[in-house]
Design a protein around this ligand. Structure first.
Ligand code: ADP
Ligand code: MG
Length: 342
């Protein structure tokens, strides 16, 4: 295990690419980092610790916790509570663990707040769109229209007393891909905190939590990448004790006949949402920022910014389909936004 944990050398300012999406810069000893893969995405953890063994223990507890959450919330693995809910669509309610019930309830709240732009029943389209490299699939309009009637969060029936979830129609399915990873990052950071570590970053794909002090004793510096150039930054945020999620049209995508198709779906059309290239949300917890980055992406810059302004403690940085950057007024949260080019 220890072999994969890298101690960042003293006196070296290392630019650690926390995936192609976001990076942080470190210039201090005592920082340990580990990259692995979990929940179908890259997991990158950086902690400030007195020795490698305590970093290692924290990393192991994170991996265990994320595997536990995946076993609860994956719609791809057989036998998870979410798979059982999907299997029983149109048949009957399924009792699920409290944690799963809470995430699905939160998902429905975000659906309501976003007027259905965020909708976990997008998964009713599963199999039609494929973004796996080498195995991409562009469905026909008929296929999409044939399934679209199954996409509607209002057909999720929740019973808070019995903790059951029922999908009203046969063929309906939910997928928590735009919210569960953020929740897992929150849980991961709790594991790190309970192992006594105060300064840390956990990043799973586009979802990250930044905690405590950065390498120079102040904020952490987080770069937000240009959605059209992974080597260029559009902003640098100086932040701490905050969650940051980015949804981008470059993540899982393919180009067919000159058109970019990507994995963030507009539930109203069944096609990838247009109008946005990337959305970065800052907020109090990663479950929220994860779901909101997807919601705002689908809503587009105007309506998306409207939603962000209506919520407390949440900020957004949106790159629209023309490459223009929109940022919410209080993007402070201790953050400075410095676009490098207009
Ligand atoms: P990433 O998974 O790259 O972090 P997001 O957080 O934006 O990106 O989540 C996108 C994923 O969410 C998709 O891969 C799909 O699983 C699911 N999804 C796609 N469209 C929607 C939508 N409108 N509402 C809720 N979930 C969605
Ligand atoms: Mg998201």
């Amino acid at each position: 295990m220890e072999g994969i944990i890298r101690r960042i050398p003293l006196a070296v300012t290392a630019l650690i690419f926390l995936s192609a999406l976001i990076f942080a810069s470190f210039a201090q000893a005592g920082l340990f980092t580990k990259k692995t893969s979990i929940m179908g995405t890259d997991l990158e953890m950086t902690v400030s610790a007195s020795e490698a063994s305590s970093a290692d223990a924290a990393f192991s507890s994170v991996e265990e916790e994320m595997a536990r959450i995946e076993a609860l919330m994956s719609e791809w693995m057989d036998g998870t509570p979410v798979s059982e809910v999907n299997r029983s669509a149109g048949i009957g309610p399924v009792a699920v663990p409290d944690e799963v019930f809470k995430i699905i309830t939160d998902a429905v709240l975000i659906s309501e707040a976003s007027g259905g732009a965020f909708d976990v029943t997008w998964a009713s389209m599963r199999g039609l769109w494929l973004f796996t490299p080498g195995n991409e699939r562009l469905p026909s309009k008929d296929e999409v229209d044939g399934r679209l009637g199954l996409v509607d969060y209002r057909n999720i029936v929740l019973d808070p007393a019995k903790k059951t979830v029922y999908l009203k129609m046969r063929g309906m399915a939910i997928g928590l891909g735009a919210i569960a990873k953020g929740y897992a990052v929150d849980r991961a950071m709790k594991q790190i905190a309970s192992s006594g570590i105060k300064d840390a970053i956990v990043k799973a794909g586009g979802d990250m939590r930044v905690q405590g002090r950065g390498p120079d004793g102040g904020s952490w510096k987080i770069g937000i990448r240009d959605p059209r150039d992974k080597d260029r930054l559009i902003a640098t945020l100086e932040v701490s004790n905050v969650s940051i999620s980015t949804s981008g049209d470059y993540e899982r995508s393919f180009i067919k006949d000159g058109v970019l198709y990507h994995h963030i779906m507009d539930p109203k059309t069944g096609y990838p949402a247009r109008g946005t290239r990337s959305v970065t949300i800052l907020g109090p917890d990663t479950e929220t920022t994860d779901a909101l980055s997807t919601a705002v992406f689908v809503l587009g810059p105007e309506a998306g910014m409207g939603l962000i302004k209506s919520l407390k403690g949440v900020e957004a940085l949106i790159v629209d389909s023309n490459g223009r950057i929109h940022s919410s007024p209080g993007i402070s949260l201790g953050a400075t936004v410095a676009p490098e080019r207009p």
